[in-house]
Design a binder for this molecule. Structure first.
Ligand SMILES: [Zn+2]
Ligand SMILES: [Zn+2]
Length: 368
């Protein structure tokens, strides 16, 4: 398709909005997905999105939506009333919030307001743990260090009703500092145009992080998932495994097994093992993913069926060609019926043809 040289602003706005919408469903890959759907150059779409969604400097106390959760380490927040941990929850209009258990509060509390209050307290009472950059540190960047000086944050009815439990001594070790946050944000914007440079930035931002022992931290989860995705794209599945595994385990720890980012990381983990040739492990991971998606989106949802199709390919790789063909044929029937115009049906059918040819070449005689 020939691209017109100029695009009307309305179209650009609509495309950017579509990417923003896609990101609320799936943490990564939105630009590529939307570009493919609209037959546009992904680099062009990335440029529009970067321009539209990356303000040069975020307003104090109102972190950029993309990286909001990098600012306050999870696991610290507890509810004053039900004493349960407070986890990430979305308010209306994709404003980020924190919520405790169901039935305790009428609605989540504004995450940016809480982060701002915690950051101000840190700047007032423990300014020395914040690395000096020569310019005054905004509160939301100071809040990145909350886990080093605070043991607990107890939240009452409003974001300003906060009680802080300070640690006797600040924790040391690899801190989450402003530079790491910047590096991850930059890597995200570069991921499409310059994957090698993005990979280097992510490696830098994960310096000192042992994927086997590192605690769950939103910034590292973000960086690890993005790095795993890049390594897969660069044909390095073995290197992607540890990062995808860390991202999945840690997201489950912070947000539970059904959080979209957790499912995304689980998918990355399954793909990494499959491409690395660990089919047995990949099989179990795809099954876990299919279980979660069935519960979350239903047995006939596209993503559930796509996971079944991937499972069938793994079964074939494991030598269970009859089971693979049966599963794939059933999946194709359901997918064609429930998603009549979806291009994935044709891809699944191609895989089935390939497997059938493989069986024929090997002289297998399967029951119809
Ligand atoms: Zn509560
Ligand atoms: Zn066979």
């Amino acid at each position: 398709m020939a691209f017109p040289r100029r695009y009307p602003p309305d179209l650009i706005d609509a495309v950017v909005q579509r990417v923003v919408d896609a990101r609320t469903v799936k943490a990564y890959g939105a630009v590529t997905t939307v570009a493919r759907q609209l037959n546009l150059d992904p680099r062009l779409v990335q440029k529009w999105v970067t321009k539209a969604t990356a303000p040069p400097s975020p307003q104090p106390g109102r972190p950029a939506a993309d990286s909001w959760e990098a600012y306050l380490p999870a696991g610290l927040l507890h509810c004053k009333f039900c004493h349960q941990p407070m986890a990430h929850a979305e308010l209306q209009d994709s404003v980020q919030g924190y919520q405790c258990q169901a039935g305790c509060r009428p609605r989540p509390l504004d995450a940016a307001a809480i982060t701002d209050a915690v950051g101000r307290a840190i700047l007032r009472h423990a300014p020395r743990i914040v690395p000096s950059t020569g310019t005054p540190t905004p509160p939301h960047l100071a809040a990145i260090h909350a886990h080093r000086v605070l043991a607990r944050i107890t939240i009452g009815a409003t974001p300003s009703d906060i009680a802080l439990t300070w640690r006797a001594a600040p924790l040391s070790g690899p801190g989450v500092d402003t530079e790491r946050v910047q590096a991850v944000a930059t890597a995200r914007h570069l991921a499409l145009d310059d994957p090698i440079r993005a990979r280097q930035l992510l490696h830098d931002s994960l310096t000192g992080i042992d994927t086997a022992t590192a605690p769950a931290h939103p910034l590292y989860i973000d960086a690890a998932a993005l790095l795993a995705e890049l390594l897969l794209r660069l044909g390095r599945p073995s290197d992607a495994i540890a990062w995808a595994t860390y991202a999945h385990r840690s997201t489950v720890q912070l947000h539970g097994p059904t959080h979209p980012r957790g499912l995304h990381a689980l998918h990355l983990q399954a793909v990494a093992h499959r491409r690395a040739g660990h089919h047995q492990r990949a099989y179990r991971l795809y099954q876990e993913l299919a279980d979660q998606l069935t519960r979350l989106e239903g047995p006939h949802a596209h993503r559930t069926l796509a996971t079944h199709a991937a499972t069938a390919l793994v079964l074939h790789a494991l030598g269970h060609c009859q089971a693979a063909r049966t599963l794939l044929a059933d999946t194709i029937t359901t997918h064609r019926r429930d998603h009549p115009d979806h291009p994935a049906t044709a891809r699944m059918a191609q895989h089935l043809t390939r497997i059938s040819h493989d069986c024929a070449a090997k002289g297998h005689h399967h029951d119809a």
